[in-house]
Design a protein around this ligand. Structure first.
Ligand code: KG4
Ligand code: ZN
Length: 336
């Protein structure tokens, strides 16, 4: 079964064809980073206009790369939410029109569930149950995946999403947007122990995390250094901040696996592309003999291959929960 995935929930217009849920035949992503960078974050109006003009060429290029025609597409899978409502409406409206015109079945999927299940594209042996760590620009949570469509959130951020913290600290350091890759790069030349930033809520009894206090601690540190009139040690601050995030996530996710006795971990979302975090989780899991599923970096950041893959599994398992495929800006992974 060839599934055409369509993604437009934030600042990437993406289309992909995936065969039988795991074989990626094409994967096209038109990113809007350059358009939003001057504003330091995603501007919804700009995102919508860009999705409108990019959607048709992206889908055409995607079919061309897969060497397929619309007649050979068996299912369209589109992101229903969560995300920017205007942006989602463009993807869902386009997908609907295409489905009607070409008489192809359509399914709407949850973007966060797609991040969670993207580990399967890397390794089809991923089976339930597993623990998921979803870390993106808008979301941060630890989830117990019991079965396809059955998820329980074990812990979440009580304030900022981790990607948001990367973006804000990057902006404080003048490193630009998106902050995650910029911080990672700057941190390569820095010392992780140059500053001791807090790991908020590390020892709280639950599995929640917090990043607002960490971000503020970085801000105060920057202000203090600036007051002294010395050059800002950007690499050291970036490395120390990144280490604080890694330590906190690593600690909490291991605790989740110990508490639940579920010893498989999948990570997803843009921040899961962070190499030092991937290395730290790999080392922890290896020590404990836990299985770790690391999706390719290009499948961690927003993409349509994960949307197509999830659409395949939901459709073939009869989990077509909303034939109207209505766009929704807020949609918890617990309410599928
Ligand atoms: O999943 P995603 O592409 O979009 C959302 O659904 O939010 O995640 C985007 C977030 C941004 O905050 C970006 O700074 C972060 O992922 N990110 C990273 C890295 N690459 C992207 N954070 C840390 N390290 C990276 N290498
Ligand atoms: Zn995402």
């Amino acid at each position: 079964m060839n599934v055409l995935g369509i993604e437009s929930s934030c600042d990437e217009t993406a289309a992909s064809v995936v065969y039988q849920g795991t074989q990626v035949l094409s994967n096209i992503i038109s990113t809007q980073i350059d358009l939003h960078a001057p504003f330091g974050g995603v501007v919804p109006e700009i995102a919508c206009r860009s999705h409108l003009s990019n959607m048709v060429p992206v889908v055409h290029e995607c079919l061309e790369q897969a060497n397929l025609t619309f007649k050979e597409i068996d299912l369209i899978s589109v992101t229903r939410g969560p995300g920017l409502l205007g942006a989602l409406l463009i993807g869902t409206s386009f997908a609907h029109s295409l489905a009607l015109a070409q008489n192809i079945p359509i399914i709407g999927v949850n973007h966060l569930e797609a991040h969670l299940c993207s580990g399967r594209m890397e390794d089809a042996s991923l089976s339930f149950p597993f623990i998921g760590l979803i870390i993106s620009g808008g979301h941060t949570f630890i989830v117990q995946a019991k079965d396809l469509g059955k998820y329980q959130i074990l812990g979440r951020t009580v304030d900022d999403a981790v990607g948001e913290a990367f973006d804000k600290v990057s902006s404080m350091l003048g490193l630009g947007y998106p902050g995650g890759p910029a911080i990672q790069k700057a941190a390569e030349a820095g010392r992780t122990n140059a500053f001791h930033f807090p790991r908020p809520m590390q020892y709280a009894s639950n599995l929640d995390v917090s990043f607002s206090g960490l971000k503020t601690a970085v801000l105060y540190q920057i202000k203090e250094i600036q007051k002294e009139g010395v050059t800002l040690p950007i690499a050291d601050i970036a490395a120390s901040f990144q280490q604080a995030v890694i330590d906190l996530l690593n600690f909490k996710v291991l605790k989740a696996m110990e508490q639940t006795q579920v010893h498989q971990l999948v990570i997803g979302g843009g921040v899961a592309a962070n190499q030092p975090l991937r290395d730290a989780l790999a080392e922890s899991c290896q020590k404990k003999r836990y299985r770790l599923f690391l999706p390719k970096k290009s499948f961690c950041t927003d993409n349509a291959a994960m949307i197509a893959s999830l659409g395949y599994y939901r459709y073939t398992n009869g989990l077509e929960n909303n034939p109207s495929v209505k766009a929704v800006d807020r949609w918890s992974i617990e309410d599928l």
